[in-house]
Design a protein around this ligand. Structure first.
Ligand SMILES: CC(C)(COP(=O)(O)OP(=O)(O)OC[C@H]1O[C@@H](n2cnc3c(N)ncnc32)[C@H](O)[C@@H]1OP(=O)(O)O)[C@@H](O)C(=O)NCCC(=O)NCCS
Length: 287
């Protein structure tokens, strides 16, 4: 993949994930939606960052009519991480995805660990299991935060680019790999909240609509305080989502129960050479 592919890759992934959400849609859940222009712009920014830093991990497949699929991955310390993976609807199930995943995995040769957030697509899950990943079912909290349940959170402060060393240290403790250059992009894109105390440290990037984009902490008490802070940032009466929760992160499920969010199952955390990180809420893209 090159930077010139990013616009087409963004469109293709939006189409593939929209098609998947229509196929797997469940009632009681928000209607499947295409990305808004703002989300598409963010998505392209993240992909350009990956192509810049991990060109060997980012691959596209094409024929004479154009783009067929994409797999974008990165190496951070001794971990290989898959950011996105999609084949154009209509040409799925014919072996394109297999070649793309093999190419991306070659970027991780020598890595001790692997992590990705798998969709519910049986075609995707088959690929990951055959590549040796263990599949840990994930839960998602969704709904409107009961404001009267919000506690007073005292130890959390606003973060900045000056917290990158602290965050990389927490990353290494919790998931064995620092986010490194990804923090440069994330601190420029998201609101950051931090806890830095002798009793525990951690951080969370906050989604514009509230809730965590990514959360890591050295203990559950710190993680819980950070999660509350991200939920307090939601707009009263508007829904918020907390995705990518493995059973190892029940502390987060308990926070969701306390503020009356709904609990659903969705996707798998696919891992190789590691246990589900905790206390940790991975992002979809940078995990
Ligand atoms: C996941 C995805 C990228 C895989 O690409 P692909 O080109 O469809 O994958 P492949 O054809 O190489 O592999 C699909 C496998 O499922 C099998 N398969 C095909 N149809 C199937 C069906 N209806 N049920 C179960 N398995 C099926 C294929 O035989 C193949 O297995 P095999 O190689 O062992 O024979 C693509 O399907 C996709 O874009 N899905 C929607 C987006 C998504 O979920 N992305 C993953 C995000 S984590």
């Amino acid at each position: 993949m090159t930077r010139e592919d990013v616009v087409d890759v963004e469109r293709l992934t939006d189409e593939a994930f929209y098609d998947l959400s229509v196929r797997t849609h469940r009632t009681g859940w928000p209607e499947p939606a295409r990305r808004t222009p703002a989300r598409s712009a963010h998505w392209r920014q993240r992909m350009e960052h990956l192509v810049r830093h991990d060109s060997g991990g980012c691959w596209v497949a094409e024929n004479r009519h154009g783009l067929l699929g994409v797999a974008a991955s990165m190496r951070r310390d001794l971990s290989w991480l898959l950011a996105t993976y999609a084949v154009r609807p209509g040409v799925q199930g014919r072996g394109v995805g297999r070649q793309l995943l093999d190419a991306a995995l070659s970027h991780g040769s020598g890595a001790l660990r692997g992590m990705l957030a798998a969709s519910e697509d049986p075609l995707a899950v088959r690929r990951y299991r055959l590549a040796g990943f263990s599949l840990h079912p994930m839960m998602l909290l969704w709904g409107t935060v009961a404001r009267d349940a919000l506690p007073v959170v005292e130890r959390v402060r606003e973060g900045s680019a000056g917290d990158v060393d602290l965050m990389n240290s927490v990353d290494r403790q919790v998931r064995d790999a620092a986010h490194g250059v990804d923090h440069d992009l994330l601190t420029a894109t998201y609101r950051l909240v931090v806890v830095d105390r002798s009793t525990g440290s951690g951080y969370a990037y906050v989604e514009p609509a509230g809730g965590p984009y990514l959360l890591a902490a050295t203990n559950r008490r710190t993680a819980t305080a950070l999660l509350w802070e991200t939920l307090a940032a939601s707009t009263p009466g508007e829904p918020v989502a907390v995705p990518h929760l493995t059973q190892a992160n029940e502390w987060a499920v308990d926070v969701g129960m306390a503020c009356r969010l709904q609990l659903w199952t969705r996707g798998y955390l696919a891992l190789r050479g590691m246990r589900p990180p905790s206390p940790y809420i991975p992002s979809g893209h940078f995990l």
